[in-house]
Design a protein around this ligand. Structure first.
Ligand code: DQQ
Length: 588
């Protein structure tokens, strides 16, 4: 019977998918004419700015990813959702399922306020798969008005034999964790997936984000433990804390030091080849920072390898990416990262559009062989959406030159490019300003894509209009480090010319790339999707997601270029750009 349900559901998915596919074929014929005659830039409400293959619901507001998991052949994804509009409010847990993390079907709301301990909101949380294979969700409930009291609740599937896990039950003993012992009850939320070490004391442990100190200056990851997932004890010693302000959505998981892509199940907590990653979403900055370090289960402590790590050096993404969460995928033995990307338009625009928020493409994460940072790469399944392609091979881009990549529609595309800069170009790199040596974002702000340099800036202009009045630049720029003269690589996303629409937030985003460019080689991949550009530098060492809303470079009018604004040649050893199909996307 169960197999029947699954195959029925899958057939239904396929049917919907086929219906969706014909929808893709309709292309936006009139756009060119429209744009050519438009005196005023077309409205942001233009449906062609709606992302195609990035996760989104049919309408309304979405934020944090919640409780991603794999269950009986299906990937489950829950997220914070406002069923009533395109602004944050009335938060429930929406639920979608997929066979491949690419094609999504929306199911019924999984959790909505229904008990006293979540009456004013069902906020973020995580899933843990128990040893008998059944999942449990723990989430934050708001049980008093004005968000001023936050407690943790559990929910169990009503029917464990339903692979789609459509219905969830909240036991009457909720809430199971309340803020006690001086914990700040207004900042006590977002429980992690729990872990239970094989060599341990039989306890489940999990983290809850919070803040301590009279001035709410220290972010903290509280540890709770339990034998039965029902009675939880506060381990008074926090796993870790730092002077960063509130920690939202903590995430804590093991990674293998083998330098292989393989992921570890969350309960793997020790061994010579295991390090841990602690991620916190810093409420004050609205970015996700992580450290790599060592977990000492007996001492209930986590110690980052780099003591400077807490000074928020490493980010998953140097752009628009927040409240992220990973899960272990047992089907492919990998760890997958989900992250929310907010809009960069105005709230009024969101209301007019009727939608706000997307999820980044799920990324496989693993430890870089250096052990110092993570690597991230779009899950391999996304490549199934690749269609028609265009290629450049062995193409030299001279200083000040740009070359168009033609033959594909570039509004919804996947681009992979390998660059080569000569040793003489590297020798001519600009000296790094020591005052900005740690401030990639300011450096990129000062030296945007149009500021001529030595070795670079070189990279891509994406979502560009034919007259180049609109273009978003994703690029590298090489500096010589003060003192050592070693090459330092900056990766940058410059959206300052991304749209003629004046009312947009257009921050330049940037991060340094910890890569050895002495052989002159560096790669870039950009997932372009109508109003999002998600880029991966040097094989996933540095990632930047940016939201942009062109007014001309939409639909068929979006173009793709390679550019070089340095003063030495840059060789494109290979560039391939694929059109991307629209997957089945929650009926959107
Ligand atoms: N969003 C949720 C909270 C979380 C915040 C509420 C992070 O649980 O701390 O929608 O974006």
């Amino acid at each position: 019977m169960r197999a029947l349900v699954v195959s029925f559901a899958w057939a239904w998915l396929l049917l919907l998918q086929l219906a969706g596919a014909s929808h893709v074929v309709h292309d936006h014929e009139n756009l060119e004419a429209e744009a050519a005659t438009a005196k005023v830039p077309p409205s942001i409400v233009n449906p062609q700015l709606r992302t195609g293959y990035h996760f989104h619901p049919a309408k309304n507001w979405i934020n944090d990813p919640n409780a991603p998991m794999y269950y009986k052949g299906w990937y489950h994804f829950f997220y914070q959702y406002n069923p009533k509009g395109a602004v944050w409010n009335n938060i429930v847990w929406a639920h979608s399922v997929s066979r491949d993390l690419i094609h999504w079907v929306a199911l019924e709301t999984a959790l909505r306020p229904s008990i006293p301990s979540d009456r004013y909101g069902c906020w973020s949380g995580s899933a843990t798969v128990l040893p008998d294979g059944s999942p449990v969700i723990m989430y934050t409930g708001i049980n008093r008005p004005n968000i001023n009291y936050q407690v943790q609740n559990v929910a169990y599937p009503k029917n464990k034999s339903d692979p789609l896990l459509r219905e969830w039950a909240k036991p009457s003993y909720n809430p199971i964790i309340v803020p006690q012992g001086g914990i700040n009850a207004t900042q006590f939320r977002d429980p992690t997936t729990a872990w239970r070490a094989a060599d341990g004391d039989g306890h489940w442990r999990l983290l809850i984000g919070g803040v301590t100190g009279a001035t709410a200056a220290r972010g903290v990851a509280y540890v709770y433990r339990s034998r039965d997932f029902r009675r939880w004890t506060w381990v008074r010693r926090p796993l870790h804390s730092a002077a960063t302000g509130m920690w939202e959505c903590p995430d804590f998981y093991p990674v293998s030091t083998d330098g292989r892509l393989v992921g570890l199940e969350t309960s793997v907590s020790s061994g010579p080849r295991v390090k841990h990653v602690l991620k916190n979403s810093l409420d004050l900055r609205r970015y996700d920072y992580y450290t790599v370090g060592t977990y000492d289960r007996k001492a209930e402590r986590y110690v980052p390898d780099n003591p400077a790590g807490d000074e928020h050096r490493l980010r998953y993404d140097y752009g628009n990416f927040y409240a992220s969460k990973t899960f272990f995928d047992p089907a492919k033995r990998r760890r997958i990262l989900w992250g929310w990307a907010n809009e960069s338009d105005t709230t009024a625009d969101d209301v007019a559009k009727g939608w706000a928020g997307i999820q980044a493409i799920p990324r496989t994460v693993w430890l870089d062989p250096s052990g110092k940072q993570l690597l991230q790469w779009p899950i391999e399944e996304v490549e199934a959406l690749r269609g028609k392609s265009a290629t450049l091979k062995d193409r030299v881009i001279r200083p000040g030159q740009h070359v168009e990549v033609t033959g594909i529609q570039a509004a919804q595309a996947d681009v992979e490019v390998s660059f080569e800069v000569s040793s003489s170009a590297l020798a001519g790199a600009e000296p790094q300003d020591p005052a900005l040596a740690y401030d990639a974002e300011r450096l990129c702000g000062v030296k945007g894509a149009d500021v001529k340099g030595g070795a670079g800036p070189f990279g891509l202009w994406v979502l560009a209009s034919a007259n180049l009045k609109e273009r978003t630049a994703v690029f590298f720029r090489v500096f010589k480090a003060a003192g050592s003269n070693k090459p330092v690589v900056l990766m940058c996303n410059d959206p300052t010319k991304s749209s003629l629409n004046p009312n947009l937030y257009r921050p330049t985003f940037a991060g340094f790339v910890d890569t050895d460019i002495s052989n002159g080689k560096i790669s870039l991949r950009s997932l372009i999707d109508r109003s999002v550009v998600e880029s991966f530098g040097a094989g996933g060492k540095t990632c930047i997601l940016s939201r942009v809303y062109p007014s001309l470079a939409i639909g068929k009018n979006a173009r793709l270029y390679v550019f070089n604004n340095g003063n030495a040649d840059v060789r494109v050893s290979r560039l391939t750009a694929w059109e991307m199909k629209k997957p089945l996307m929650n009926g959107a």
